[in-house]
Design a protein around this ligand. Sequence first.
Ligand SMILES: Cc1cc2nc3c(=O)[nH]c(=O)nc-3n(C[C@H](O)[C@H](O)[C@H](O)COP(=O)(O)OP(=O)(O)OC[C@H]3O[C@@H](n4cnc5c(N)ncnc54)[C@H](O)[C@@H]3O)c2cc1C
Length: 431
Amino acid sequence: MFDHESAAGTLRRELRGAVHTPGTAGYDTHRVALNPRLDPRPAVVAEAVTPADVQAAVRVAGRYRLPLAVQATGHGTLVPADGGVLVRTTAMAEVLVNPARRIARVGPGATWADVIAAAAPFGLAPISGSSTSVGVAGFTFGGGVGWLSRRYGFAADNLVRADLVTADGDRVTANAERNPDLFWAIRGGGGNFGIATALEFRLHPVSRVYAGTAYFPLERARQILARFRDWSQNGQPDELAASVVLQASGLAIRGLYAGSAGDAIRALQPLWEVAGPPVENNWRATDYTESGTIGGTAPRQFELFEDLSEALIDRAVDAVAGPEPLANAIEVRSWGGAMARPELDAGPVGHRGVPFSFTVDGPVAASTRFAPYATGGSFLNFNHDPARTHTAYTTSDHGVLRDLKRAWDPDNVLGLTHNIAPSTIPARSAG
Ligand SMILES: Cc1cc2nc3c(=O)[nH]c(=O)nc-3n(C[C@H](O)[C@H](O)[C@H](O)COP(=O)(O)OP(=O)(O)OC[C@H]3O[C@@H](n4cnc5c(N)ncnc54)[C@H](O)[C@@H]3O)c2cc1C
C-alpha cells in the first residue's frame, strides 16, 4: 500500500471531519484553488472540524512524510499541494464577539463576511478588505489591508492572539505574553509558522460609513492623479481609504470614509474639485456591512512607489489607454495613516512608509513598465509570485523570520505557500 493510502486510512480513523481522496465524492470540491491556472492534486483532503482534527492531520502528514498545506477558501493558494495532505478549515467558521472587550474570536475557516455580520449588531467592525469572501487567516497572516487600515492599521496589527498547531503537531498559543516570537512572526509572515485553529482580533466602533465609487472620463486622469498624490500626502484624513482606478473605459475614484457623510464630503472635496462632474456617482451613506460591494482590483501584479511622478502617471495612463494598451485596469492606492505608525512590537509587515501602490490587472509586461519607478518591495497578500516572497519584508525582518522558521518549522513542513525558508545554521569556524 502506498504511503498516501495508509495516510488516508489513518486520517479516516482519527478525524471527525470528512477525508477525501481522488475519486471520492467531495475531492474535487475541496481541492480547488481560486487561481484558474492551478489544478491542485493533493493525495488527501482532510476537512478539519476541530483543532484536534488539524493536529491529527499535521501528525499524519509528518508520520507518512507527505507535504502539508492548509486552505480556508482557496483565494490565496499559490502553490498546489500535489501529492500531499491538504487541510481544509472551511467548516471551522465560528465567530464569537465580546462587545465589552471589542474582541472577536474567530475560527480559521471564517470569512470576513462572517465576522462583519457577527460584529455589526454591536456597532463594531473588523479590519476587512475589498472582498468579504476572503478568509480571515490567510488575509491576516499576509498583513491584511482593508478599508479601515489607515485609521486602525493592518489586520495583522489588530490580531491579539492565535491558537496554532505547529509543524510538529503541538498546540500552542501565540500572543504578547505566550510565545511572543511566534506572535511577531505570524503578524505578516504568512502561513509559514503553524496552522491556526482560532484567531482573536480587535474590533472597532464603526457602523455607518460613507462609501462608493464615482466615475469620470479618462481625459482627466493626469490632473486627478496629481491631485490624489498631493492630497494623500497632505489632507487625506486617516478615516478615509481611497483609490483611483484607471481603465480604458474611464476613471473611478472609490473608497470608504469611517464617519459621517458631511465629514466625508468635506474630506473628498479636493478630489471632486479637480475631477469635474462625474459620469456616475454612487458614494452614499451606508452601513459597514456593505463594504464588500465597493469593489477592488483582483491582485495580479503589484508594485510600491515612493512617489507618483508625472512620468509614472503618464506610463500608467498609457498602459490602459495608449496606442498599445497593456493593462485592463490599474488601481492606484494611497497607504499611510496608522499603517505607517506601527506600535513598537508590530509584526514584520514591511515597507510601511511607502505611500503608493499600483495593483495591475494585465499581463506581466504591464508591471515591468513600472519597475524602473518601483521600490522593488511588495505586500505579501498582493504578491502572486512565490519567487518574490522576500520582497514583502525588510532585509533584517526577513532574516529574523528565517531564524524563527528554523526554530518553529526547521524541516519546512509548511512550505507550500509564500515560503520563508528556514535559515541555515552557520558553519562552525575551524578552531
Ligand atoms: C478578490 C480578492 C480580493 C482581495 N482583497 C484583499 C484586500 O483587500 N486586502 C488584502 O490584504 N488582501 C486581499 N486579498 C488577498 C488575500 O488576503 C489573500 O489571497 C489571502 O491569502 C486569502 O486568504 P484565504 O484564507 O482566503 O485563502 P486560502 O487560499 O484559503 O489560504 C491562502 C494561504 O493562507 C494561509 N492560511 C490559510 N489558512 C490558514 C491557517 N488556518 N493557518 C495558517 N495559515 C493559513 C496559507 O499559507 C494558505 O496557503 C484579496 C484576494 C482576492 C482573491
